[in-house]
Design a protein around this ligand. Structure first.
Ligand code: URA
Length: 434
């Protein structure tokens, strides 16, 4: 087989066979095909697309290019959840304990934040002593004993995706539906869970800016999940403004704990219930979405999800006291507020700008190797649709560097727009694909 012919077939709009896809993924991972040929193929895919069979074959070839976790030693139905990335998105920290209480085995591999979006692993590292690098044995043992574990991705999970993603990044071929869907799903499939619930974000802070694009991606990923024999559902959720009020690692942990105690923001709780309902029904822990939602809300009311969070944090090396008094996690020397420049309704809070402001304060990574300040970030006082008077506080910022705080403040102020008329609410859930 020759890479030249594979490139030519795709360039001319042809269909690649499974053998051709397996060949280039395997040989590229092994260093036998040069970057320039794969770059040419990626560009051909970018323009010509891939059909369903090709996208599934690419996903499976990437999933099988490294370690595939076997969760067969876990007793019960395992579930994983993936978000396409957002601002203030702390759903995993809330949903995982809720679902674990109800008997779903949450075996979750999570990533770090990059750019304006956060990552669960960074958030969890706000707990001193917390380990985000569990051995496979410990990961499985914790899921079996307490019903949940969250760990960072192992170095050898879908290595083909890692290489291909790096090449896409420098050849401007990231933005291709079959390449995005196969990249995300290869890692989920290699991570081994029986049930996958995808949270596909849409809006100014999301990868997918329009509902049409988000729906297409959701459909493609669900189809791949089914093709790989996994129960898969995708919820398309709002990311035109940040989720909840807190943006920044320790600040989001504090908000997640408040939510587990039943005192969290409504949008965050509702999203966790929506995602969790599909998870519970697919895992056979509820007969209907309504029953699942009632059970999930029950774990917040009776304190069982909060207790599960304590169990989970201590099992991975954190301390009970830090969950009970999460303000201890916040070590910001400087804090400041921004205020409303005029009286009116908040028409829009550009979430990408809020994420970038939190990053400017020190809470995000500009490159993979940046060191982040886990205490830096923003807590919004108001959300879209709220009425504010001139000079009323809109948000509080936290940082450990005065210059960064000032720069973040200026950036955040630019994220708001106002209206004299009441602003209609956008729906939290834009659709569900099963
Ligand atoms: N996230 C991924 O993991 N892969 C993509 O291609 C895009 C977002």
């Amino acid at each position: 087989m020759r890479m030249y012919d594979i490139i030519k077939t795709k360039r001319d709009g042809g269909v690649l066979s499974k053998e051709q896809i397996d060949y280039f993924v395997k040989e590229y991972t092994n260093g036998m095909i040069p970057d320039y040929q794969v770059a040419a193929l990626l560009m051909a895919v970018y323009f010509q697309g891939m059909n369903e069979a090709e996208t599934l074959a690419l996903t499976l070839a990437m999933a099988e290019s490294g370690d595939c976790l076997s969760l067969s030693a876990i007793h019960g139905v395992t579930a994983d959840k993936h978000s396409t990335g957002g601002v203030g998105d702390k759903t995993t920290l809330v949903l995982a304990p809720m679902a674990a209480v109800l008997g779903v085995k949450m075996a979750k591999m999570s990533g770090r934040g990059l750019g304006h979006t956060g990552g669960t692993i960074d958030k969890l590292e706000s707990f001193p002593g917390f380990s985000t690098a569990l051995s496979e044995e410990k990961f499985i043992q914790n899921v079996n004993t307490i019903g949940m574990a969250i760990t960072g991705q192992t170095g050898n999970l879908a290595p083909a995706d890692k290489k291909l993603y790096a090449l896409r990044d420098v050849t401007d071929t990231v933005d291709s539906l079959p390449l995005i869907a196969s990249s995300i799903m290869s890692k989920k499939i290699a991570a081994g869970a029986d049930t996958i619930v995808l949270d596909v974000k849409v809006g100014s802070g999301a990868f997918m800016k329009t509902e049409e694009a988000a729906r297409k991606l959701a459909k493609e990923m669900v189809r791949i999940g089914h093709g790989a024999g996994r129960k898969t559902a995708a919820v398309i959720s709002e990311m035109d403004e940040p989720l909840g009020f807190a943006v920044g690692n320790a600040l989001e942990v504090i908000e997640a704990i408040d939510t587990l105690k039943g005192n969290g923001p409504k949008d965050l709780e509702d999203l966790c219930v929506a995602l969790g309902s599909y998870m519970l029904v697919s895992a056979g822990k509820a007969d209907s979405l309504e029953e699942a939602a009632d059970k999930l809300r029950g774990t917040l009311k009776d304190g069982s999800a909060y207790e599960k969070m304590i169990e989970f944090v201590t099992a991975q090396g954190g301390s009970r006291e830090d969950v009970e008094n999460p303000q201890r996690l916040l070590h910001a020397t400087y804090t400041d507020t921004i205020t409303a420049p005029k009286t009116g309704y908040i028409a829009h809070i550009q979430s990408e700008e809020v994420g970038l402001a939190a990053m400017t304060a020190g809470g995000g990574r500009e490159t993979k190797d940046s060191v982040i300040d886990l205490s830096a970030g923003i807590v919004l006082n108001k959300k879209v649709g709220d009425f504010v008077k001139e000079n009323e506080p809109l948000a509080r910022l936290y940082a450990n560097d005065k210059v960064k705080l000032e720069a973040a403040k200026n950036r955040l102020a630019g994220a708001y727009s106002f209206s004299e008329e009441p602003v209609p609410a956008r729906p939290l859930i834009h659709g569900v694909i099963t």
